[in-house]
Each structure stands twice: as C-alpha cells, then as structure tokens.
Design a protein around this ligand. Structure first.
Ligand code: NAP
Length: 252
C-alpha cells in the first residue's frame, strides 16, 4: 500500500509539498481551512502548511495520536516552543530556502534543510520537484532555523525602517540598521532557546552574504509588518530589550 499524507493548508507551500509527495508515490489528502483533519484516518505523515499566525490553532485541531513522530512543520519564524506547547513530539522540520509566490516561478535560493523522522520522504518529495534539501540531525536543525529566522526577520524589518529598501541600500548605506536588527533578533533567539548562539557577528555576516547573493531586489512585502509585530511581542514576552525591532513594529 502507498504511504499516505495529509496536508493542512493548501497555499503556496502546501501545494508544492502535495505535488512533490504525489510524484514521490504518496497518497495525499489536502485539508482546507473549512475542513476538519480529524475526520480523516490517521495518516503516516501530516504536513501543517499554514502561515505563522494559523499554526497554533491548526496544531490544536490535531488528534492526540497524530502528534507524535508524524507532523511536518515548515513555517518561517519557527522555534521549538511553538510545537512543544501543542504536544508535538519529534516533528520533521523543513527549513525552506526556496520561494513560491503566486504568479511567479519557484526560486531556489540554496538547498533547504530537513531533519526528523520523515526527513528522507520530504527530501524525495522536493527532489521530485527538482528542489534540493540536505538532511541534518534534530539538534543541527535548530541552528538552521535560527539562520533562516534571522534572514527573514532582518530582511523584512529592515524594509520597514529603510526608505526605498533595496538589498544594496540595506547592506550598504543602512548597514547599521541591518546589523542592529540582526543582533537583536539573535538575542531574542538566545532567550527563547535558553542558550547562547555563538559568534553573532559571523552569523549576521553570513545572513548578509545570503541576501547579497540573491542580487539586487526590493525587500519587504505584505507580511513585513505582521512579522515585526510578532518579533516585538516575542521580545516583550522574553524580557529582551530590542529597540530597533520595536521601532519596526511601530512603523506605519
Ligand atoms: N511561500 C514561500 O515561498 C515560503 C517560503 C518559505 C517559508 N514559507 C512559510 O511557509 C508557511 C506557509 O506559507 P505559504 O506561502 O504557503 O502561505 P499561504 O500561501 O498563505 O498558505 C497558507 C494556507 O494555509 C491555509 N490555512 C490556514 N489555517 C488553516 C487551517 N486551520 N486549516 C487548513 N488550512 C489553513 C490558508 O487558508 P486561507 O487561504 O483560507 O487563509 C492558506 O491556504 C509560512 O509560514 C511561510 O512563512 C513560505
């Protein structure tokens, strides 16, 4: 029998994973917002492909016996507390380094990173779409999550603070804004994870190099403001002083 997967959230990434898993030989059932996953038989894996704000409510709807070893998470801004507080045990974590936007071709920035019990199935699904992923251990994936979070938050928040925010302006004329955002984002992650992250300057330089490699483009987008609000709220909850993040969250 073919293995079966449920995909909760049929947006950009949910559709990609659905297509990749079908091509890799899985039977896939999609769940829209107006449908209930718990009416289905327990799948071999369940990809929760909602946006960040919908993740907690979606995880809450999962039946208890779906929560161990079979959940796949792929959100930006992901940190372990977000799955632990919903009783998700040993999830497969996909740190996505490709971009799929409505009306655009899929753009792969670098190989994605995947860890957990279904890492090789997810890698095969991406491979069926000509996308690449490297498998790492569950402890290594935390560093990969931090790197992606720092990238996504620094880039989006810089776009709220820098006039005419292009890559070259954020990494050139306004590099101090980028550096402050990056440092504060790392400190928030250190507080969330409960341990130091190591060489912060090297991490920020590495993320800046990833951005620079993408070439010149306009930064930001419709989700930037909400990302800033979520990071500022996380800093407040953790008691981390993050004035540049707060300024981005308060910007128009
Ligand atoms: N797209 C990318 O290139 C990309 C790259 C890296 C990471 N990510 C991350 O991946 C996550 C998903 O991104 P996306 O671009 O795929 O977002 P998206 O296109 O907005 O898709 C999210 C989908 O989840 C659905 N949804 C929300 N709550 C649901 C629920 N309880 N049950 C069923 N469906 C539900 C939404 O339905 P409605 O339409 O009803 O709202 C929407 O169709 C985000 O965290 C994003 O930051 C995306």
């Amino acid at each position: 029998m073919r293995p079966n997967a449920v995909i909760i959230g049929l947006g950009q990434l949910g559709r990609s994973l659905a297509e990749g898993l079908v091509l890799a030989g899985w039977t896939v059932t999609g769940v829209r917002r107006d449908q209930t996953a718990s009416e289905l038989a327990r799948p071999d894996l369940v990809v929760v492909a909602t946006g960040e704000d919908d993740l907690g409510p979606a995880l809450e709807t999962l039946p208890p016996d779906w929560r161990s070893h079979r959940v796949v998470l792929l959100q930006n801004e992901l940190l372990p507390d977000q799955w632990r507080r919903h009783g998700i045990i040993d999830p497969t974590i996909l740190v996505v380094w490709f971009s799929r936007k409505p009306g655009e071709l899929v753009r792969e920035l670098r190989p994605s990173v995947v860890a957990g019990p279904h890492a090789s199935a997810i890698r095969s699904a991406l491979s069926a779409l000509d996308l690449h992923a490297v498998e790492v251990t569950p402890s290594e994936v935390i560093s990969a999550l931090v790197e992606k979070n720092v990238y996504i938050w620094s880039m989006n928040l810089a776009a709220l603070l820098v006039p005419d925010p292009t890559t070259s302006r954020v990494l050139g004329e306004f590099r101090d804004v980028y550096d402050a955002l990056c440092r504060e984002t790392v400190h928030i992650h250190e507080a969330a994870l409960g341990h130091p992250i190591g060489d912060v300057a090297a991490l920020c330089d590495g993320v800046a190099a990833i951005l620079a490699n993408e070439g010149e483009r306009r930064l930001g987008g419709r989700s930037a403001k909400r990302r800033a609000e979520r990071l500022a709220a996380l800093a407040r909850t953790l008691g981390v002083d993050a004035p540049t993040v707060a300024r981005a969250a308060e910007s128009a």
